[in-house]
Design a protein around this ligand. Structure first.
Ligand code: ADP
Length: 305
C-alpha cells in the first residue's frame, strides 16, 4: 500500500527560487526510504511540505490516504518529524520536552512519561532525562530530537539528515535504532547526502537534483550504476617500477601510492589479490571518488551511463 503519495509537487519560494519542480513518487508502507540529493536539491523543502511547515505551490500530497490540503490534521497524526536544524530550547530539560510533545497529540501524561523513559533508555539517554539540552553534546541533542519525533507513536517517521555531524559510534547506534523501528513496522524516510547511509539502511531511494526527480529505484539497482570505483592504495614498501598486471587498470602516483580502477564485478579483494601476487603489499586504502557524486554524474547525464 502506498502510504505517501506525491503528485506533480512544486514549490517556488517568495524569493522566486523554484525548489521543487513537478516531483511525483509514492512510498510504500513499511519501507525504509532514502531521499538523496546534493545540497540545495530540494530535499528539506519536500520534507517540510510533507510535514506542513512549507506550503506547496502546486501538486498533490496524500499521507496515509489523507490529502494534506483538506485533511491536514489527520495526515499529521501519522507523522513524526525530526528536522535538520537542532531546535531544542537550550534551557528545557529532556524529559519534559518529550512529555510536552506527546501532550500536543493528546497522549495522557502517564503514558507519555512511560513512552519517554522507554525511548530515552533505547537511545542511551536515561541519565540525561533531567538535564537541560544546553549541557548535551550534538549527538545527544539529535537523539533527543529522534525521541521527540516518536512521542506520538507515528507510523511514518521522517528524518532530515539525522546523522549530520554525529560521530561514527553514535551514528552506528542511531542506525541500529532506526533499523529496529523499521522492523517493528514503521515507515522511515530519511534525507541524506551520504550514499553509505542510504546503502546501509534503505530499501528504496529517490534522487532529486535541482528540484526534479532524477530517479526512483530500489537500492541494489541503483548501486549497479556504480560500475567502477576508484581507490587510492598506500603501499607498505616503496615501489620503483609498476609491473604490468593485465587484470587491473592501475597508475603509479609516487613510490608509495597507486590509484586503481576497480570494476564492480572484480571487487577490491580480487584487486588486492592480484597486487599481492605481484609482490605489492598494500598498507591501507581509501575511496578516491565520492560514490554519491559519481552516481549523480551518471544519473543526471552529465556523464553517459
Ligand atoms: P536541500 O535540503 O536538498 O539541501 P532545500 O530544500 O533546503 O535543499 O533548498 C532547495 C532550494 O530552495 C535551494 O536553492 C534553497 O536555497 C532554496 N530555499 C530553501 N528554503 C528557502 C526559503 N525558506 N526561502 C527561499 N529559498 C529557500
Amino acid at each position: 500500500m502506498s502510504i505517501i503519495h506525491i503528485e506533480n509537487l512544486s514549490k517556488t519560494y517568495a524569493s522566486g527560487v523554484t525548489a521543487l519542480d513537478g516531483v511525483s513518487f509514492d512510498i510504500q508502507a513499511g519501507d525504509f526510504f532514502a531521499l538523496l540529493g546534493p545540497n540545495g536539491a530540494g530535499k528539506s523543502t519536500l520534507i517540510n511540505v510533507l510535514s506542513s511547515l512549507v506550503q506547496k505551490t502546486g501538486g498533490k500530497v496524500a499521507i496515509a490516504g489523507h490529502d494534506i490540503d483538506t485533511h491536514s490534521r489527520q495526515a499529521k497524526l501519522h507523522l513524526g518529524v525530526m528536522p535538520q536544524e537542532i531546535n531544542l530550547g537550550v534551557f528545557d530539560k529532556v524529559l519534559p520536552i518529550l512529555i510536552n510533545q506527546a501532550g500536543y497529540y493528546g497522549v495522557p501524561k502517564a503514558i507519555a512519561k512511560k513512552r519517554a523513559l522507554d525511548l530515552l533508555d533505547r537511545l542511551s539517554l536515561s541519565d540525561k532525562a533531567d538535564q537541560v539540552t544546553r549541557s548535551l553534546s550534538g549527538g545527544m541533542k539529535r537523539r533527543v530530537m529522534i525521541a521527540r519525533a516518536l512521542m506520538n507513536d507515528p507510523d511514518i517517521i521522517i528524518l532530515d539528515e539525522p546523522t549530520a555531524g554525529v560521530d561514527i559510534e553514535i551514528r552506528q547506534h542511531m542506525w541500529d535504532f532506526l533499523k529496529d523501528l523499521n522492523k517493528a513496522g514503521k515507515t522511515i524516510i530519511l534525507t541524506t547526502h551520504y550514499l553509505e547511509e542510504a546503502e546501509q539502511l534503505c530499501d528504496n531511494v529517490a534522487i532529486i537534483d535541482r528540484g526534479k526527480l532524477v530517479c526512483q529505484s530500489d537500492m541494489p539497482s541503483l548501486l549497479r550504476h556504480l560500475d567502477c570505483e576508484q581507490f587510492v592504495l598506500y603501499l607498505s614498501e616503496p615501489l620503483q617500477n609498476l609491473p604490468d598486471i593485465p587484470e587491473l587498470s592501475i597508475r603509479q602516483i609516487d613510490s608509495l601510492t597507486l590509484e586503481v580502477d576497480v570494476p564492480r564485478d572484480l571487487g577490491i579483494s580480487r584487486c588486492l589479490y592480484h597486487l599481492c601476487k605481484a609482490n605489492i603489499l598494500v598498507q591501507s586504502l581509501r575511496n578516491k571518488t565520492n560514490r554519491l557524486e559519481s552516481l549523480f554524474l551518471k544519473l543526471t547525464k552529465r556523464e553517459g551511463l
